[in-house]
Design a protein around this ligand. Sequence first.
Ligand SMILES: Nc1ncnc2c1ncn2[C@@H]1O[C@H](COP(=O)(O)OP(=O)(O)OP(=O)(O)O)[C@@H](O)[C@H]1O
Ligand SMILES: [Mg+2]
Length: 358
Amino acid sequence: MDDYPLDTPSHAGIRPQRPVDEPGGKRAPTPTDILFGPSPAPIGMGAMTAAQIAARATSDELQRRLLETPIAAATERTLLVNEGRTMGREFPLPAETRVFVVANQKGGVGKTTTTVNVAAGLALYGARILVIDLDPQGNASTALGIDHSEGTPGVYEAVIEGEPLSKLLVPCAEHPGIMVVPATIDLAGAEIELVSIVARESRLKRALDAHLAETEAAGEKYDYVFIDCPPSLGLLTVNALTAAREVLVPIQSEYYALEGLSQLLRHIDMVKSHLNPTLDVSTILLTMYDARTKLAGEVAAEVRGHFQDAVLRTAVPRSVRISEAPSHGQTVLAYDPASAGALSYLEASREIAMRNNA
Ligand SMILES: Nc1ncnc2c1ncn2[C@@H]1O[C@H](COP(=O)(O)OP(=O)(O)OP(=O)(O)O)[C@@H](O)[C@H]1O
Ligand SMILES: [Mg+2]
């Protein structure tokens, strides 16, 4: 079964089309297609899709009018994932590095999926990104195709042994622009080892701040940092909340999702008052949203009522493609770039970029 339809305008009708006589019809986009893309293929008698016309428009006025319509926005997203091009509109890059912690102590709500796919979406628009996998499960490392077998140097060495992050970085082959600090199972012991370490709440902050200063001095400033947390409020999560400036909370659009949220917010407030006064719960993303159920709508309304403008307009649908992608060591943007799941993560990335909090 494919993705459930999004409640946003369907992108299906405006995907760049292949020539009608192309043998085998539509082919699956490859990772290189995503980033550089084939040149636009005419359909039938030299006719072009709306996307192709938009992409080739020379008139500024036409370009401007096209960009203002919802169809154009959908076209642009599709062009970007399929052909690695925008219609002349770029994401704004932040002046200062935006450091996000992706946190929710509830397990399986989409923290890792959100981390890797938002990072991938922003990277497609040319952002430089650091992903720190702070979960001993190493799921973010897996989804970005990064080795995290036991003994691989990673975030454990940074937090416990004070190793500089620059020595632990691994570039993500599939998404140029993303650097990863992997997590191995060794990190499971860090929670306990941290207890007896001096300044145990700010170990990650120290490592990250030093790395950010170093990269900035070298003219290689990151635009975004995403820290993927484990499903707990232990010392690893406290380290992430101390190191970050913004909290991104993925909330599963289901009944129990709201339970535990007040505990998370109390925890964040505590970190704010003792360790990191400028921390801001800037972004809430509804995940696994099933538009067919009344419950999902009710949960969304409650979350929007409480968190107001922090909630992204995009809700990520429940999608088989999203759940399949990690088993291929891929983000959904790489695995099935035209799927509703990929497009909604791309749209969420765009919203985050537009809310330039820096
Ligand atoms: N929108 C979605 N549709 C379908 N499956 C999804 C979606 N988002 C995430 N999943 C799947 O749900 C599972 C949990 O997601 P994910 O690992 O991102 O959550 P998590 O909050 O990071 O979990 P943990 O707390 O264990 O770290 C994964 O198998 C993932 O592939
Ligand atoms: Mg996770």
